[in-house]
Design a protein around this ligand. Structure first.
Ligand SMILES: *Cc1c(COP(=O)(O)O)cnc(C)c1O
Length: 443
């Protein structure tokens, strides 16, 4: 627990913590940003490539089990799009963005409709493959489409999977685990969106709802799952495999960047802006991009003002020991994917050296951006997924580019859109309307 005097000494060591505690939007540059050459981590570029090979082995499984992935031969990927109309609109309303603006459209990722597919699917595939190989039922050279068969469903049916999640992670883990035949339980808070709970139950997932403090719910789910030797718990707060799954996104986007003839080097800096919850998805993609582009890529995270979990951990140096509740914040946001009080233990150690900075954003901005993107590009994102858009102008207002001598007129800015596909039409309308109201009332 953090006493009042402890918090007071943390504030005097890092005055920005006062604004964070008051839920004010802040811009923070990471004083411990390290050159990639000087970092040493427990995962490597080789691990990323091995992770991609696992994804490729499962492609025939997806192709057979999920017809929507036929067109891409079972590869789950999303486009990287230029969004010139949105850029013009943003330029009119805020500081002009120097360089080009692109959108990484993980809102279109097939099957689970969010970036969680990258980490969550990977973790389950890895577990399933290991189980089947240990039982002598599967070899890496096999055609994995037969994992859709009744025989395999029956085999995986002997095992249980548990996950605690307020939203997209639960959706991802639930969808893939159920498709493979696992007995899967998703622990959610009772205020999780009804459509998500319905969708999961429809697929045969057991959904257990908890009132009140969600972290207690996760703890209960974790203990219950871990007590069972036939069960596996996906732990968002500390998972190497989730992280590895996200790094594959970096290998893939690097190919898209090359295909689009976008230069990334000392005179062509690349900026990537990612919405951040526990820090696994932004950390995994940042780690991967750093392995590929070294110090020519600059990664920024964006968190809601009411749940700046990673920022609080890094600013105080307390890492995943501290939660936003410890500094008096309520951890309430309508950006469900980002409603996280405590950062990932695994990912935060890596972000400490690789993240260039973190910005916080108020919910109302997210809704405005949602409506603006719909109006200009006809692209729908869920509220969390729009957070990256606040990044480019805020970065330009800091001394970051000057300090690192970056020629911004040659910059490429990629906003990582992280979810949206599965949001039902009625809910979309509701979000869009909210954004339009914000645009017409706020200055
Ligand atoms: C989970 C999520 C994020 C953040 O990912 P973390 O790994 O929790 O940092 C961002 N956007 C959406 C839509 C999400 O569901």
């Amino acid at each position: 627990m953090y006493s009042k005097s402890k918090i007071k000494s943390l504030v005097s060591a890092s005055p920005i913590l006062k604004d964070i505690m008051d839920a004010k939007p802040v811009s923070w540059l990471n004083p411990e940003l390290n050159s990639v050459a000087h970092t040493g981590f427990s995962i490597t570029l080789e691990d990323m490539k091995a992770a991609e090979r696992l994804w490729n082995r499962f492609a025939p499984f997806f192709e057979k089990g999920f017809p929507e992935t036929k067109a891409t031969n079972g590869i789950l990927e999303s486009p990287l799009r230029e969004i010139a109309a949105m850029q013009s609109l943003l330029n009119e309303t805020d500081e002009s963005i120097k360089g080009r603006l692109l959108l990484k459209c993980d809102n279109e990722l097939p099957v689970s409709g969010s970036i969680k597919a990258r980490g969550g699917f990977f973790e389950i595939m890895k577990y399933a493959e290991q189980l089947a190989m240990d039982a002598g039922l599967l070899d890496k050279e096999d055609d994995y489409s037969f994992l859709t068969s009744g025989e395999f469903n029956k085999f995986f049916g002997n095992y249980k999977i548990g996950v605690g999640s307020t939203g997209n992670l639960g959706l991802s883990i639930g969808i893939i685990s159920a498709a493979l035949g696992f007995q899967v339980t998703v622990y959610v808070s009772s205020d999780a969106k009804k459509w998500k709970k319905d969708l999961l139950r429809d697929k045969g997932v057991t959904v257990i709802e908890f009132d009140g403090d969600f972290s207690k719910a996760i703890t209960a789910g974790r203990e219950k799952t871990k007590a069972d030797p036939q069960a596996y718990f996906v732990d968002d707060e500390d998972s190497r495999n989730l992280f590895l799954g996200y790094t594959v996104g970096a290998l893939r986007i690097a190919r898209q960047i090359e295909e689009q003839n976008i230069k990334v080097d000392a005179s062509h800096p690349l900026f990537v802006y990612s919405p951040c919850g526990v820090g696994g998805s932004p950390g995994g993609t940042a780690f991967g991009l750093k392995q590929i582009y070294g110090d020519h890529v600059h990664c920024f995270y964006i968190e809601p003002t009411h749940c700046p979990a990673v920022l609080t951990g890094l600013v105080t140096g307390e890492m995943s020991d501290i939660s936003v509740q410890d500094i008096g914040l309520d951890n309430k946001t309508e950006a469900d994917g980002l409603a996280v009080g405590r950062p990932s233990h695994f990912a935060t150690k890596i972000s400490k050296q690789l993240v260039s900075g973190i910005f916080t954003v108020e919910d109302k901005r997210l809704f405005k951006l949602l409506a603006q993107l719909k109006d200009t590009e006809n692209i729908f994102l869920e509220p969390s997924a729009t957070a990256g858009f606040i990044g480019p102008p805020l970065m330009q207002k800091t001394e970051y580019a000057k300090k690192h001598k970056l020629p911004l007129h040659n910059a490429t800015h990629i906003v990582w859109a992280t979810g949206g596909l599965l949001v039902p039409e009625e809910q979309r309308q509701h979000y869009y309307k909210k954004g339009c109201e914000q645009l017409s009332t706020a200055p």
